[in-house]
Design a protein around this ligand. Structure first.
Ligand SMILES: *[C@@H]1O[C@H](CO)[C@@H](O)[C@H](O)[C@H]1NC(C)=O
Length: 356
């Protein structure tokens, strides 16, 4: 009897240790930090299965450069947002999901800047429950390998530490005072295919987790952030809410899509077309009016393109194929749209799907 008891204790404590190696004490979505005074050096201070947080959240003028590893991001307006992207040129989102850093359109936040000319069209949308920014980008300018169809970043992840680990997002979209930034709890950011969508849900909205759903990581912007953003157009709009990602109406019935596991191969069709909600009051701008740069502070996009042009080699094509398999083999939230041997054909298809 005593022996049984001891073995039960041993087994349960072994399980506890194993669990602790993977899961943090507190999931990232349960952590709260006021901005800027409550920011920790790192929101994720643990050393678990996926290692330690890659960068830091305490960002200031001394961290502001194109080498910044700041992982505190913002989504405020058409001219003021950040995107999660790698820290080293030619990286695949699949290989770097845990360590993306913030690339921002504005200075002053201790982050990298999105290089001038990289943004090719941006639509900001404000709705009752969220704000989102969708657009087109030369992704090599923010260190994403040419041709990478990318994946999803969100504050969950299979181990609840977020992708990137410890990544924090703030917004003034729901503040009376534009200098007050509120922590956004639920958000998703799809990056890849020379396009992006980033949605942050009103933290006091009753359906934040639904609108910013993170489980449909393989079906891109078209399904997670249905929009009518256009290349070459820079605009700020108001709109109605989307349907919750994955939820659709067919023959008067409300249905929920189940994304198949990656083991079943590429997703070649989805049984519904997402509804693009109505929008209004769109104001258009020239990109130079929105994104101003002092030449010395930011690497010019021509340099970024030059350094990325080496990615167009056959070896990087096969490297791109490597994005098919997840680095850590776990079913993580930041997983990828997977199109194996025919990457380029599907890449094009996917871009269409992604932003349709
Ligand atoms: C600026 O940020 C760095 C990196 O997080 C940190 O080490 C440093 O203490 C910060 N400086 C101030 C004055 O907050």
């Amino acid at each position: 009897m005593a022996i049984h008891l001891i073995s039960v204790l041993v087994i349960s404590s072994t399980l506890a240790v194993a669990a602790q190696e993977r899961f943090p004490q507190t999931p990232l979505v349960s952590k709260r930090f006021s901005y800027p005074t409550g920011l920790p050096y790192q929101a994720d201070s643990e050393n678990l299965l996926r290692g330690t947080q890659f960068g830091y959240n305490l960002c200031n003028s001394s961290t502001e450069s194109q080498e910044s590893l700041c992982q505190t991001s913002f989504l405020n307006a058409v001219d003021d947002f950040c995107l999660w992207a790698p820290s080293k040129a030619d990286s695949l989102i699949a290989d770097t999901e845990g360590e993306e850093v913030a690339w921002c359109s504005q200075p002053g936040r201790g982050t990298r800047r999105i290089p001038p000319g990289a943004l090719k069209g941006v639509q900001f949308m404000r709705t009752p429950d969220y704000v989102q920014v969708v657009g087109f980008i030369d992704q090599t300018a923010i260190d994403i390998a040419a041709g990478d169809s990318g994946g999803e970043l969100d504050p969950h992840g299979a181990d609840l530490r977020g992708n990137p680990l410890g990544g924090l997002v703030y917004s003034n979209a729901w503040s009376k005072n534009p200098d007050m930034y509120e922590q956004v709890i639920e958000w998703h950011n799809f990056m890849g295919g020379n396009a992006f969508c980033f949605k942050v849900c009103d933290p006091s909205g009753p359906h934040a987790a639904n609108y910013c759903q993170h489980i449909y990581d393989r079906i891109g912007c078209a399904y997670n952030a249905p929009n009518n953003a256009k290349e070459g157009v820079f605009e700020s709009c108001e709109g109605e809410n989307q349907d919750f990602p994955g939820v659709y109406t067919q023959d008067g019935r409300t249905l929920t899509y189940t994304q198949p596991p990656e083991a079943l191969g590429p997703i070649t069709s989805v049984p519904y077309q997402p509804r693009v909600p109505a929008s209004s009051n769109c104001k258009q701008f020239s990109s130079s009016a929105l994104y101003t740069y002092t030449p010395s502070s930011v690497m010019p996009v021509s340099l970024a393109v030059t350094s990325a042009s080496s990615t167009a080699s056959p070896s990087s094509t096969s490297k791109s194929g490597g994005s098919q398999s997840q680095k850590d083999g776990e079913s993580n939230d930041a997983t990828y749209v997977v199109f194996s041997a025919i990457t380029s054909i599907f890449g094009v298809l996917f871009s269409a799907l992604f932003l349709a």
